[in-house]
Every structure is written in structure tokens, then in C-alpha cells.
Write a protein that binds this ligand. Sequence first.
Ligand code: DC
Length: 224
Amino acid sequence: MEKFISIAIDGPSGSGKSTLAKLLASRLGYVYIDTGALYRTIGYFVRNEGVASDDERGIVECLPKIDITMKLVGGAGVVFLGGNPVGTEIRTSEISTYASNVSKIPEVRAFLLDLQRNIAKSNNVIMDGRDIGTVVLPDSQVKVFLTASNDSRAERRYAELVARGDDVTLEQVKADLCWRDKNDLERKIAPAVPAEDSVMLDNSALSCEETVEAVLEIIRKKTH
Ligand code: DC
């Protein structure tokens, strides 16, 4: 059986995982998988059902109604909900909060586990998330835990939201990020912590290109 390579990029919100993972995937010809989009889509669905983000029972009751799949389009996984591709509607601050809350629920994590693992069974993947190196793909050949200072992460996220036309303040973005860090880190299941064999990389002072180069070097060392 052909052995596929998987590269896990984990880390907190706003550390630049998705930018890094997309650039690496196109350089290496690997498939890019944004696992946060799956949690965001569950959050989006339950919000539209009128279920509160802290209503654990209500969220679990929604799961059998959710038709979520991921298809590979142009070298990346696109999430489909009820047969339709999801887009920027899952990128709002409200849905970030929903995503972080639904991701604390064991039933939700179990619901999404095989979907993520199946893609890695038949593709070389770069997967970004919080628990890829620890839970989803613990046998990944390369694991990177990407961090950046709170200020750098908040400034990047703020610039992203403003560019999209969202009406937010830097203070608000910082507060949301701190709340989400704590929520993702302190949860009982699959917390956002590095795997024992992760390479830690703080990219506060690095450009995108420098971050890509640093990770390519880690990949070279680990795969040769
Ligand atoms: O990567 P993101 O910010 O789009 O993720 C949204 C939320 O989903 C994040 O706050 C925590 C959760 N998540 C998770 O628990 N596990 C993953 N592998 C990816 C995301």
C-alpha cells in the first residue's frame, strides 16, 4: 500500500497556520486541509437552528441532521454543508465563538474524526488545526506547533477582519482571541497543546516567506 505523508500544523488562533499551510501545500504539491472550517461549519449549522453556543445537549441533538462532507477542489479540502460549499459565512466572530464552543464537546469531535483521517489515508496532506499532531494524525511524519505573541496574533486577525469589511476594534479582537485561547487550551478533550514530538516555532518576528522556509527546513530534516 502506498504510504502517504502527512504534515500537522497546530497552534492557537491567529498564529498564521492557514497562511503557512496553504503556501507549503502549493510548494510541495500536497493537499491543504483546514480542520477549523469543519468546527466552524458545525457552529454555523447549530446557530442557524437557533441553538445557543453553550447548549451542549442541543448541539449534540443537531449532529444527526448535519450533512457535512469535504471534497478536494484545486488541491484543498472544501467543506460542503447539505451539498453546498461553505464560504466566508463561517468566518465571522460570532461563528468563531460557536466553533470554539462546539469543539469542546466529545460527540462533535468524534463526529468529525473519520472525515479528517480518511483524507490523509489517500493523499499527502498538510492539515492545520489544534489536535492534528496529538489526536487526528498522531503518526504524522512532521508536526509543527506554530505560535506568535498575543499582540502579533491580534494584529494579524484584526487586519484580516478589517480587510473583509468587518466593523471591529483591535481591543475587541484581542479580547476574543484571549477568550478563544483559553477555551481551546483548557478544554477536557483534545486541548490545543503541542504533541511531544512537535517542533515549536514562534513566528512573531518572521515574515510569511521566512516562516515557510523555516518549516521547509524542518520537513527536510524529518523526512530524510
Ligand atoms: O482554526 P480556526 O480558528 O478556524 O478554528 C475554529 C475553532 O475550531 C477553534 O477555536 C477551535 C476549533 N478547532 C479544534 O478544536 N480542533 C481543530 N483541529 C481545529 C479547530
